[in-house]
Design a protein around this ligand. Sequence first.
Ligand SMILES: [Zn+2]
Length: 46
Amino acid sequence: MPSKGGVELKLKEIRCKKCNKLIGKIKGIAEIKCPRCATVNTVNDR
Ligand SMILES: [Zn+2]
């Protein structure tokens, strides 16, 4: 088995579209409410 030395699961860093705060890392579809400015960020990483 080849060793890539990395993680297969790629998580996308999600930043708030309004205040640019890093609010999480997701894969797929998510809806994350920013704890700072309460903007709901809908993310589609597919
Ligand atoms: Zn925000």
